[in-house]
Design a protein. Structure first.
Length: 163
């Protein structure tokens, strides 16, 4: 009737009388199994509403949608600054999309300033897109790893001055 190996196999339960001999338990047949939900599903983006003012730093490995005001640094995977939003502080994310206002440095692998963006500060990026109509005051610098913390090391003197 049923064998123990059939009970422990993942996938839909099958009646033994309906099982085709060519579809016996082989690694190829069991590799077609797909779980209904992956064990590490990505949570939805956190949204800070337009009536919210946050004073302090934000840090997440997920996504953030800012619609209100943040006075502090933000670190995220994907950061979206909404049209009516204002961020005063450093922004660090893999992907940064600015629709609103940022006053401070922006660091990201991919940085996008839309036509409604207002950025006052330096941008350090791997790739950048600036749409027509965006306002930007500051410098732009391309780096292979813009997310690396800290500035380049200053040259140290080779010998201490003698007194």
């Amino acid at each position: 009737m049923f064998s123990k190996s059939k009970i422990n196999e993942p996938g839909p339960a099958a009646d033994a009388s309906k099982t085709d001999a060519s579809k016996t338990a082989t690694p190829a047949a069991t590799s077609d199994y797909k779980p209904s939900a992956s064990p590490k599903t990505k949570p939805p983006a956190s949204t800070l509403s337009a009536d919210l003012l946050i004073t302090g730093n934000l840090k997440t490995t997920g996504d953030i949608q800012i619609e209100g005001q943040v006075e502090g640094d933000i670190r995220a995977h994907l950061l979206t600054v909404g049209e009516g939003a204002t961020v005063k502080g450093e922004v660090v994310a893999d992907d940064v999309v600015v629709n609103g206002r940022v006053v401070g440095r922006v660091r990201g692998l991919k940085v996008r300033l839309t036509s409604t963006a207002r950025v006052e500060g330096d941008i350090i990026h791997k790739t950048i897109a600036i749409e027509s109509g965006a306002h930007f005051e500051g410098s732009v610098q391309r780096q292979d790893d813009p997310l690396a913390t800290g500035a380049p090391a200053k040259k140290m003197p080779t010998e201490a001055p003698k007194t």
